[in-house]
Write a protein that binds this ligand. Sequence first.
Ligand SMILES: Cc1cc2nc3c(=O)[nH]c(=O)nc-3n(C[C@H](O)[C@H](O)[C@H](O)COP(=O)(O)O)c2cc1C
Length: 312
Amino acid sequence: MSAVKMAVQLGPLRLQNPVLVASGTFGYGSEYADLVDLNRLGGIMVKGTTLHPRAGNPMPRMVETAAGCLNSIGLQNVGVEAFVHEKLPFLRQYRCAVIVNIAGDSYEEFEQLAERLDGVEGVHALEMNISCPNQEKGGIHFGVDPEATREVVSRVRQRTRLPLMVKLSPNVTDITVTARAAVDGGADILSLVNTFVGTAIDAKTRRFKLANITGGLSGPAIKPLALYMVWKVAQAVKVPIVGMGGIMNATDAVEFLLAGASAVAIGTANYVNPRVSIEVLEGIEQYLLEQGEKDVEDIVGTVKRCKPESEF
Ligand SMILES: Cc1cc2nc3c(=O)[nH]c(=O)nc-3n(C[C@H](O)[C@H](O)[C@H](O)COP(=O)(O)O)c2cc1C
């Protein structure tokens, strides 16, 4: 039993603690179950799920960069029916929340996914991926056009009673515009950020390193950008935020909470250290104890301006 209160309320979704693992970086949970006690996580955001199974983009589709990685996986996944019948029964054994990340090429595909998952035992929330940079059509289009964002979210809202999270793209000029559009459409929670579009070139061979040319940048390189966007969106909307982007340790996670996120998700760091999510959870508890705080919700959005030197 923790000395500090770690449960968080994200609109209609209650989590036992604010530490989630980000979609696409933790498979369907079973891949990590020997290394991580899944019962201790706030929740698992499962791999992006589409209506039909997908093989993903051609390889190579993952490149390491100076401070992170570029991926163009392209939503390889088993499809919603196999998810419900083959993956979900495993996840139901655990007490962490299961958040299904859904992606579609069309409004109808998003609507059908939402309808299929509504009321399915063991699914606690949906996360709409309207921000995948690795899809030829659909994907990011929904996430960079505010009108398309509002429309796709409101259509999904009408098809499900599940808590609805919308994952925003950072590949925009002003993320508060799409944030407001998602909330107007009926999002209960916003999650941000997805990956930043980038590329990598091999000077020796004079070739692009990714078969798909471009990919999504994640990891420590994007942390300052993601942190800024979480802070901006927290000022702009009233719904709770799940913050992510380059969180490698508990201090990074605390910074996102201070910036205004009510929960955090760990992505690329899982590849470096599969146990990082538990270490982040324990580190946040430690931080709260050191700061004399009793409830993690009390530190959300409490960042202050830096002191001018004259005040030191
Ligand atoms: C290999 C890989 C696959 C990903 N797949 C998905 C996905 O299927 N759906 C999604 O919404 N985000 C996906 N993401 C984005 C992550 O969930 C997360 O938003 C992003 O990586 C930023 O967090 P990080 O810097 O901690 O990794 C993927 C990221 C990586 C690295």
